[in-house]
Design a protein around this ligand. Structure first.
Ligand code: NAP
Ligand code: ZN
Length: 349
């Protein structure tokens, strides 16, 4: 077994603190990764506070993982010692259902195995995430990291990047489209970068006036303050797509009215409480409400290669693990620029 240091939450109200556990010895198909950086996703916060229900404790969060391969099983073909590798939101799935066969493992009909807050396929071994010194993952669920990108900026691509890339691709958002991005945090800033890179006209819809200059620097063509009703009036019936990344409860009807005929709001944010959905706001303009969950392994690799080619990474604030609880407090206030990333070296001291 591989002795592993980590930070964990012991229950839904405790702060994260040091936790030691053992990873399995690598099997035939397994890759052992010495973790260098792990991004901090708002989903980590929802889950350690048990906001979605069913949380498994102790919990070692983290699903935006980048590191160096230190060992591979004898049957591993795609990775070798020394490679830089990534792990995202899941580490296994049933592999045989139609979704898995289509490369959409995130929609596995048996349920994917989450990188943390989940159980291995045996249904009883808990999974522990990337706020830890190393991880052991079947190579079929490990990503190749393109060369030439700063690794701390790559880590958030494994969740925030793919979660926004996948729906933009699915709905073919690009040139000629007006895209609204709701919420400028980890997901939102990747939606701005990717949407602009695909050629869409991007408007940042934010509750924070202080983020306007950054939104434009990240690639947004316009900025609108969601609290400014007058300013928003000009965006009524305007957008072809809105990608909604907001983590807290908010009014969907309000934003539905900003969609044009046949416009689509894509929900990626996962607030704990259900949305209100008045039929009239949808049917009067044949609008659509859609959702999207991360992305499959094949598409995640495609996204990483795209980001490698186009030099797209996340804007990050690197923190030692000891600052994680403070970072969560800032995240709750929307004070994220635009992803916290843990330098895992701070766990190894
Ligand atoms: P984040 O970095 O905290 O960003 C969320 C942003 O939402 C904030 O920066 C803020 O932007 C806005 N916001 C927060 N509270 C708000 C409120 N009360 N009213 C209006 N706006 C508010 O979070 P994240 O990591 O990007 O994650 C966003 C959400 O997506 C979370 O719920 C997370 O669980 C979910 N998620 C879903 C998937 C998926 O596969 N679908 C994957 C990853 C994460 P402004 O300051 O600009 O308003
Ligand atoms: Zn995430």
């Amino acid at each position: 077994m591989l002795a592993t240091h980590a930070f964990a939450a012991q229950n839904a109200t405790s702060p994260l603190g040091p936790f030691n556990f053992e990873r399995r010895d690598p099997g035939n198909k397994d890759v052992v990764i010495d973790i260098l950086y792990c991004g901090v996703c708002h989903s980590d916060l929802h889950q350690i506070r048990d906001e979605w229900g069913g949380s498994i404790f102790p919990m070692v969060p983290g699903h935006e993982i980048v590191g160096r391969v230190t060992r591979v099983g004898s049957g591993v073909k795609g990775f070798k010692t020394g490679d830089i590798a990534g792990v995202g939101c899941f580490v296994d799935s049933c592999r045989v259902c139609p979704s898995c066969k289509a490369g959409l493992e995130q929609y596995c009909e048996q349920g994917m195995t989450g990188t943390y807050n989940s159980y291995e396929r045996d249904g009883k071994t808990p999974t522990y995430g990337g706020y830890s010194t190393q991880i052991v993952v079947d190579e079929a669920y490990v990503l190749h990291i393109p060369a030439g990108l700063p690794l701390e900026g790559v880590a958030p691509l494994l969740c925030a990047g793919i979660t926004t890339y996948s729906p933009l691709k699915e709905w073919k958002v690009g040139k000629g489209h007006k895209l609204g991005v709701l919420g400028l945090g980890g997901l939102g800033h990747m939606a701005v970068k990717l949407g602009a890179s695909f050629g869409a006209e991007v408007t940042m819809l934010s509750s924070s006036p202080s983020k306007e200059a950054d939104a434009k620097r990240l690639g947004a063509h316009q900025f609108a303050l969601t609290s400014d009703e007058k300013g928003l009036a000009k965006f009524k019936n305007y957008f072809d797509f809105i990608i909604d990344t907001v983590s807290a409860p908010h009014s969907l009807p309000f934003y539905l009215q900003l969609l044009n005929r046949d416009g689509t709001i894509i929900l990626v944010g996962a607030p704990p409480a259900p949305h209100q959905l008045p039929g009239f706001d949808i049917l009067l303009k044949r609008r659509r409400v859609a959702g999207s969950l991360i992305g499959g392994i094949k598409e995640t690799q495609e996204m990483l290669d795209y980001c490698g080619k186009n030099k797209i990474v996340s804007d990050v604030e690197v923190i030692p693990i000891q600052d994680i609880n403070k970072a969560y407090e800032r995240m709750l206030k929307g004070d994220v620029k635009y992803r916290f990333v843990i330098d895992i070296a701070s766990l190894k001291k």
